[in-house]
Design a protein around this ligand. Structure first.
Ligand SMILES: NC(=O)c1ccc[n+]([C@@H]2O[C@H](COP(=O)([O-])OP(=O)(O)OC[C@H]3O[C@@H](n4cnc5c(N)ncnc54)[C@H](O)[C@@H]3O)[C@@H](O)[C@H]2O)c1
Length: 341
């Protein structure tokens, strides 16, 4: 039990932050959440929840007051590939303000440890040009050629964490997430990412119907279930490793493969329609977990089959609650809403 440890989770109204708060509460921490919005799908388990805009320095000072020991800084302006390629200036500006102000406020309020959530989008584009990509080691972020906007901001904040460690002896930790998915993540509206977006499309598609896929679907990624992500976060916070660390799986799968997996879970036969005009990001990206294994003595282990099954069922139940499931085409009139998906 860590009853005396006080933890701040920024981005606690978002997907990973919400799960992290629940996990820290289970472990006995006192937890404050901070976000510009409340969690969308269920209430937060936090002891204290501040609804604040963390781009503003004064709000960061308030959030880090009161003897906070650890800060998990997850707040960011982010979304899937459609979102992060559409608004470079806004995304980079919003997140750089959050991160610079959160670092300084944490230091001044004597926070003991600060964890920054970076991203695989920091990796150099020239090392991700093939579907059959070589898994990315931490040093592959340099020479720098990250994703415009979002990736540059993450890489800059990684550097800022280093400067704070060197100049102020302020303890920072840096994690690079690779595609996290699971229940309670945004599944529509523009900020959703591939596993949630595909789950939604599969739920809403008729058996033997069409499904729209961005790009030719041969772009590849690795995906990590949110419980593994939270486990890795807690382990990294307590470790003594200050350099950027990958946190992801190294099972490479194409987007077409992901659609096939989710369709199988749903028991549906779908025809893929590829939209080559839509953004698809780098051609291939995978996580090299050698250092993760060395540093944490652990690596994510929840399989895609298990994680996607849970995620698909959650998206389906949300769409059912919203009355969005199609009546079964063979249901006779008056049978009520026999749903498929
Ligand atoms: N989910 C992934 O696959 C993934 C991959 C790489 C990196 N990350 C990083 O992990 C962190 C958490 O990601 P997530 O998937 O939970 O995203 P999310 O969008 O669900 O959560 C981010 C939260 O930050 C909050 N936020 C944005 N602007 C704010 C502001 N001005 N003030 C206060 N709160 C603000 C949002 O409201 C949101 O709730 C982010 O830093 C993200 O960049 C996530």
């Amino acid at each position: 039990m860590n009853t005396r440890k006080r933890v701040l989770v920024t981005g606690a109204g978002g997907f990973i932050g919400h799960h992290l708060v629940a996990r820290l509460k289970e472990e006995g921490y006192w937890v404050r959440g901070a976000d510009i919005k409340l969690p969308e799908y269920e209430g937060s388990a936090a002891d204290d929840f501040l609804l604040v805009d963390l781009r503003k320095y004064d709000n960061c000072l308030v959030a880090t007051r009161g003897g906070i020991d650890q800060v998990y800084n997850l707040a960011a302006d982010m979304g899937g590939i459609g979102y992060i390629t559409a608004a470079h200036a806004e995304i980079a500006r919003n997140s750089v303000l959050i991160n610079a102000h959160m670092l300084e406020a944490s230091r001044l309020n004597d926070v003991k440890r600060f964890l920054f959530s970076s991203s695989a989008c920091v990796y150099a584009g020239c090392k991700q040009t093939s579907s059959d990509v070589v898994p990315l080691r931490e040093e592959d972020a340099y020479p720098a050629d990250p994703e415009p906007g979002y990736g540059w901001e993450k890489l800059f904040t990684e550097e800022l964490c280093r400067y704070y460690r060197r100049d102020y002896k302020f303890e920072t930790r840096i994690v690079r997430f690779h595609n996290v998915y699971g229940p309670l993540g945004t599944y529509e509206g523009g900020k959703e990412k591939a596993p949630a977006a595909i789950s939604r499309k599969v739920v809403l598609a008729q058996d033997y119907g069409n499904i729209e896929i961005w790009g030719d679907g041969e772009q590849t990624r690795s995906f990590m279930y949110v419980d593994d992500c939270v486990e890795g976060l807690v382990r990294l916070m307590t470790s003594n490793y200050p350099e950027p660390l990958n946190l992801g799986t190294h099972r490479l799968i194409s987007i077409n493969g992901l659609v096939d997996l989710i369709s199988k879970i749903a028991g549906k036969h779908l025809v893929k329609r590829h939209d080559l005009g839509k953004p698809q990001g780098v051609r291939g990206r995978n996580s090299d977990n050698t250092r993760l294994n060395e540093v944490l003595g652990w690596a994510p282990s929840i399989s895609l089959e298990v994680g996607l099954d849970i995620t698909y069922k959650w998206v389906k139940s949300e769409l059912a609650k919203a009355g969005r499931l199609q009546p079964h085409p063979f249901a006779s009139h008056g049978q009520g809403s026999q749903c498929q998906g």
